[in-house]
Structures are given as C-alpha cells and as structure tokens.
Design a protein around this ligand. Structure first.
Ligand SMILES: *[C@@H]1O[C@H](CO)[C@@H](O)[C@H](O)[C@H]1NC(C)=O
Ligand SMILES: *[C@@H]1O[C@H](CO)[C@@H](O)[C@H](O)[C@H]1NC(C)=O
Ligand SMILES: *[C@@H]1O[C@H](CO)[C@@H](O)[C@H](O)[C@H]1NC(C)=O
Ligand SMILES: *[C@@H]1O[C@H](CO)[C@@H](O)[C@H](O)[C@H]1NC(C)=O
Ligand SMILES: *[C@@H]1O[C@H](CO)[C@@H](O)[C@H](O)[C@H]1NC(C)=O
Ligand SMILES: *[C@@H]1O[C@H](CO)[C@@H](O)[C@H](O)[C@H]1NC(C)=O
Ligand SMILES: *[C@@H]1O[C@H](CO)[C@@H](O)[C@H](O)[C@H]1NC(C)=O
Ligand SMILES: *[C@@H]1O[C@H](CO)[C@@H](O)[C@H](O)[C@H]1NC(C)=O
Ligand SMILES: [Cu+2]
Length: 581
C-alpha cells in the first residue's frame, strides 16, 4: 500500500472494502443461503386480466409474473430472454439495494443499456433483508403493460431480522391499475400537443385480476368475456381464529389506493421491508411503489364471506372498486359466493389529512429502530412543478425536467464518456422564500436536462420534496417518490411551504421509519435522509409511470470510483456501441 502512487490507494481501498463486503455477505451466510435461479422469457401475449382482451407483456406467459420466493441472504439469478421481438426491455428489482451489484438495478439509461430483442441478460443480486419487494419493467412504460411481480424474502430463521410479531399464515396481495389502451398509445398521447392524458384506469386489479363491465360503452364486440377464469374474483381463504399476515404491494401506474378487508381491522407491522410500530387501521392507504404487511385476525362469523376491496384515493375516482373475497374454511357458504353486503367504498378520496395522518403514524418498531445521523452534510430542496416545453406538458424538479441519456450513466462515468450527459449539475434549491406553491407557475416554461447530482461517498444527504400547484387552478397531486439503491429515513411531513429555518427542528430523529418509497402529499413537503454509501448511479423519481415519463425524476451518483469493472453485457448502446453486444 505504501508503495502505491498517491491518489490510487483510496479507490483501491474502496474496492477492497466492496470486495470484503461482498465476500462477507456471501461467505458468512454461505452455510445457510441458497442461489435461486430463474429462467424468464418475456413476450407479448393476449391477456384478459379484467375480462377485456389486451396485448400484455408476460413472463413465461404470466402477468403478473412469477413471485420470487427467497430467504434473506439468498442470491437471486434471473436469466431474462427478451422475446418481445420488436422491443427492448429492462427489469428493476424494486426495494433491493444492490450493494456491490449496481449494474443489476435494471434501470435502462441509468445502470444498463436495454436488453435487445432476441438477447439474453442475466441479473444476479443478493436479497440481504427480509420483506416484500417487487420487480417491474424500467424501460419506457413497460411496467404498465403488465411486466411486474412480487419478491417475498423471508427472514433468516433465528436471525437478527426475525419478525417482532407472530402469525399463523400469510397471503400476498399485489394491487394494480389497468388500462385497455396500449402503453404506446399512452406514451404518444403524453408526448402530444395538446396532451392526451392517460386518464383514470379502466380497472383496478388484485393479484392481476379485475372485472370490467362487458356491457359498458366502448367495449369492442367479442373482446370482453366475464366468464373467463383469468378474470375470476380471487379468493383468500382463512382458518377461523387464526392470525394472518397480508403482504400488500402497489405497483400502480397512476393511482393511489386504499385497501380494506371488510369487517377486519388490520394492524400495520411492516413497510418497505422494515418493521413499524404497530398501529391499527380500518383501511390502508398505499401509494405506487410501497409495500406493507398487516396482521388480521380471522375472528368474524365464518358462515359468510367478506370483501377485500381496493379503491382509488387522492384523484377523483372514475374506476369501479376492485374486489376479492375473504372466505373462512369450514364456514357454511361457498368460497366464491359474493358477500351479502356492498363492497367497501373506502374513505373520501379527497380527505388528504386522513392519508397524511397514516404517513405520520408510520414510525420504526421499537425493536427495529436505527437512528439516523443527527445532521446532514448536504441538503437538496426539490420543488415539484408541472411545466411546459414547447407546449408539451412536463414535470420538473427545481425547474429542470429530467430526460434519460442514451448512454447509461454508470457506463458513461466508468468509461469517461463525459459527452454522454449534461455535465452541469442540476440546482440544489429553488426560490423557497418567494415561490408561491398555491398558484400556477407564472411562467410554465422549463428546460430539459440529463444532468445528475454527484454525492460525496459516505456523506449524509437530506432531500426535501416540496409539492406545489399544477398548471390547473387549485390542483396539487400526491407524488410517490422512490429511491433506488438505498432506504431513507422519513424525517417529517408537512402541509404547506417548507421553511428550512423552522421545519428541520420538528424532524423525527428518534424513531423514523426507513423506506424506499414515500408520499409527497398535495401542497405538502416530505423530508428524507440517507447515507450515500452504495457505490453506483441511482434513480430517484416519482413512481407514477407517466410522471417519470414526463420528466419527474433525478439521478444520484456516489462512489463511482469504487465500482469494480462493469459487466460487458450492460453496454452496447449510445457511446458504448461496439462494447458488449
Ligand atoms: C429465447 O426464447 C426463445 C423462444 O422460446 C428461444 O427460441 C431462444 O432459443 C431463447 N434464447 C436463448 C438464448 O435462450
Ligand atoms: C384510449 O382508447 C380510447 C378508445 O379507443 C380512446 O378514446 C382514448 O382516446 C384512448 N386514450 C388515450 C390516452 O390514448
Ligand atoms: C354495466 O353497464 C351497463 C350499460 O351501461 C349497465 O346497464 C349495467 O348496470 C352495468 N352493470 C354493472 C354491474 O355495473
Ligand atoms: C371531496 O369531493 C367531493 C366529491 O367527490 C365533494 O363533494 C367534496 O366537497 C370534496 N371535499 C373537499 C374537502 O374538497
Ligand atoms: C389527523 O390527526 C389529527 C391529530 O391527531 C387529528 O386531530 C385529526 O382529526 C386527524 N384527521 C383525520 C382526517 O383523520
Ligand atoms: C413559453 O414558450 C413558448 C414557446 O414554446 C412561448 O411561445 C411562450 O411565449 C413562452 N412563455 C413565456 C411566459 O415565456
Ligand atoms: C424556469 O426556466 C425557464 C426557462 O429557463 C424560465 O423561463 C422560467 O422563468 C423558470 N421558472 C422558474 C420558476 O424559475
Ligand atoms: C381556488 O381556491 C381559492 C381559495 O379556496 C378560491 O378563492 C379560488 O376561487 C379558487 N380558484 C378557482 C379557479 O377555483
Ligand atoms: Cu408524480
């Protein structure tokens, strides 16, 4: 080491640490962990998820795709064969931090080139923490076309992360929204002047099933069949007297949802893979990209069925309630019989404080408190606005609308292709003292950029998201923000203008929950803190598919110098043509 030329040992040391970390996390647990291999063929197929036939992206013929089951510490290997014929693909492992494998995050344009039609790409990564996670397409709007599914990681038996609660059985619930329009039509509509907004979903899905009204207007003759088993109402069976863990995830493209099990209060015990201080809800608000576990006691009359219901909140609903059935084993009723009552309609869609209160109530479990650093090294204030570029409607952060570069940052930065993206860093703040968050932007024009935020490796970063009025009068929407490569502490929420001189004093530094996705409420602010300790390039974006498409995201880089040599397979596009493929 002493003989190393100055300046080179530091990155070497980082590599060494990374190597040690990787080998520790694989060897120390090696005795008990498993490598789980999956072979996936991605193809378009005609599916009738809500009884209406639609061209959908499937994995081995299924949408949602197969659930990946694993135990904490396992290595997951997914060999993806792109049989979409005329379309690229990339798959993101939502909530998996990819320590030591930043090239496996699956974000096209950020961590990898897209997988070309006919090509095969293998994702290999470790699931180092128990919890419920998801995977989904991260190229164009493919997530909305059906490319999504669940990852369920069980706690290592007797390990440090064992659950601080008990249950007898479990069920998985994947919530989604669904349109009959193709994602190409939606994308073209979003990019048009005037915009053709995607509109409210045609259906809501529970575990990939919904029910569209085949007699309703606009259904093409012969394309809707209410009798298909594919769209039969899902049934969740329970044994009387037992306690169930429902793992609930939302992969919606647009909708904020509310989820309820009729007549059965739920105790929230986990969020985004972290145990939370238990609290009881009649129904649960869940935003796109979030996961929760709730405990439910099967203690009601077993001789009737109950609804599981999902409703749109936060936007004026124009989509029928999604339903499934809760049925007791041994009860005197058929498991498929519709419950005798109408399905729950959820709370008032525009009761922002009701949802805000749930956000505030979600704090770390006493047994799982990981206190955040007391202070941050850097604070980035991000104003969320709706804007225009040449008449096209966009979203912007601090007046910059995000575009993806043609060469993935990870590849460009490691190989010194400085021309591949805008070298000017985006703004750290906005005119927070004078900007009126309650009125439309006075000048809606903005500019696009693919510049990124470079973070000092190991530093502590605060991000405060500030919501504002959109281009329409008196309108501000909930934005679910998702960070790749990390969990962040949720330090606080507010409604109104964030004041950097006042609000940091109200932060919860005692028991904040760690999450990877968080709501920014209408006209509100949300404050987050994370450690820039994962070498790589990571997206931070609104999880509403069309909002990200319209520029609602940023990118962080940290510790790029200690990322080891990249696999060739992630290259082959933009300025790296000739490499890889
Ligand atoms: C991908 O799947 C197609 C269709 O099943 C098959 O013909 C092809 O051989 C597969 N490619 C690879 C590299 O496995
Ligand atoms: C979706 O399809 C319907 C029926 O064809 C059409 O009227 C509507 O404009 C489409 N929406 C978008 C956003 O393309
Ligand atoms: C389905 O749509 C038809 C036509 O609009 C309507 O008459 C009927 O009541 C609807 N059925 C349900 C269950 O909503
Ligand atoms: C909420 O929306 C309903 C209509 O869906 C409306 O009648 C009510 O006034 C709204 N409440 C608030 C507080 O805006
Ligand atoms: C939210 O919580 C506050 C403080 O606990 C309470 O006063 C208020 O009634 C709650 N609002 C709603 C809509 O639940
Ligand atoms: C915004 O940009 C458009 C051109 O795209 C231009 O016509 C308009 O004058 C600009 N608005 C302002 C307030 O500068
Ligand atoms: C945003 O940027 C545009 C174009 O550079 C400019 O015209 C506009 O005034 C800016 N808006 C704000 C709120 O800073
Ligand atoms: C917006 O809300 C304010 C305050 O509630 C009200 O005075 C104003 O008339 C509203 N504007 C529109 C266009 O609805
Ligand atoms: Cu958004």
């Amino acid at each position: 080491m002493a003989n190393s030329p100055p300046g080179t040992w530091r990155p070497l040391l980082c590599c060494l640490f990374l190597f040690l970390f990787l080998s520790l996390s694989t060897t120390a647990l090696a005795a008990r962990t498993t490598t789980r291999r999956h072979e996936w063929e991605i193809s378009y197929q005609l599916k009738s998820l809500d009884c209406v036939r639609k061209l959908s992206i499937t994995i081995n013929g299924q949408t949602p795709g197969p659930t990946i089951l694993a135990v904490q510490g396992d290595t997951i290997v997914v060999r993806v064969n792109n049989s979409l014929v005329t379309e690229n693909v990339a798959i993101h492992w939502h909530g998996i931090r990819q320590h030591g494998t930043p090239w496996a995050d699956g974000t096209e344009g950020i961590t990898q080139c897209p997988i070309l039609p006919g090509d095969v790409f293998t994702y290999t990564f470790v699931v180092d923490r128990p919890g419920m996670y998801m995977y989904h397409g991260h190229y164009g709007m493919q997530r909305s076309a059906g490319l999504n599914g669940l990852i369920v990681v069980a706690a290592m038996p007797g390990g440090l992360d064992a659950e601080p609660f008990a249950y007898d059985g479990e069920h998985n619930v994947l919530l989604n929204d669904w349109w009959h329009n193709s994602t190409y039509e939606q994308a073209a509509g979003l990019a048009s002047v005037p915009i053709r907004w995607v509109g409210e979903p045609h259906s809501l899905l529970i575990n990939g099933r919904g029910r569209f009204n085949c007699s309703a207007a606009g259904v093409e003759e012969g394309s809707c069949d209410a009798g298909l088993p594919e769209c039969a109402t899902p049934v969740f069976a329970v044994v009387p007297g037992k306690t169930y863990r429902f793992r609930i995830a939302s992969i919606t493209s647009l909708s904020a949802l509310n989820f309820e099990i009729e007549g059965h209060p739920m105790t929230v015990v986990e969020a985004d893979g972290h145990y939370v201080k238990p609290f009881v809800v009649k129904n649960l608000n869940i935003y796109s990209g979030e996961t929760y576990s709730v405990l439910m006691k099967a203690d009601q009359d077993p001789n009737r069925n109950y609804w599981l219901a999902s409703n749109v909140v936060s936007r004026k609903p124009a989509t029928p309630t999604a339903t499934a059935i809760l049925s007791y084993y041994g009860g005197h009723t058929s498991p498929r019989r519709a419950p005798p009552t109408p399905p729950p309609s959820g709370p008032l869609w525009n009761d922002t404080m009701y949802r805000f209160n749930q956000s505030v109530a979600t704090v770390a479990h006493l047994a799982d408190v990981e206190p955040p650093p007391r202070t941050a090294d850097r604070t980035i204030l991000l104003l969320n606005t709706q804007n225009k570029i040449d008449g096209h409607i966009k979203w912007a952060l601090n007046n910059v609308s995000f575009t993806l570069p043609h060469t993935p940052y990870l590849v460009a930065m490691k190989s010194g292709h400085l021309g591949a993206y805008d070298q000017r860093p985006p703004p750290e703040t906005y005119a927070h003292q004078s900007y009126d968050i309650y009125t439309k932007p006075t000048n809606p024009n903005t500019t696009a950029s693919d510049g990124l935020y470079r973070l000092r490796f190991g530093s502590v970063v605060d991000v405060v998201l500030q919501n504002a009025n959109m281009l329409d009068d008196n309108k501000s929407e909930t934005q679910p923000w998702h960070l790749h490569g990390h969990d962040f502490w949720v330090l606080g929420y507010g409604i109104g203008r964030f004041d950097p001189a006042v609000h940091p004093g109200t932060y919860n530094l005692k028991d904040p929950v760690l999450k990877n996705t968080v709501a920014l409420h209408p006209y509100g602010w949300t404050a987050l803190r994370f450690k820039a300790d994962n070498p790589g390039v990571w997206a931070f974006h609104c999880h509403i598919e069309s909002h990200f498409f319209m520029g609602m995201g940023i990118v962080f880089e940290e510790g790029i110098e200690s990322v080891p040599e990249l696999p060739k397979e992630i290259m082959g596009c933009g300025e790296t043509k000739g490499a890889g493929h």
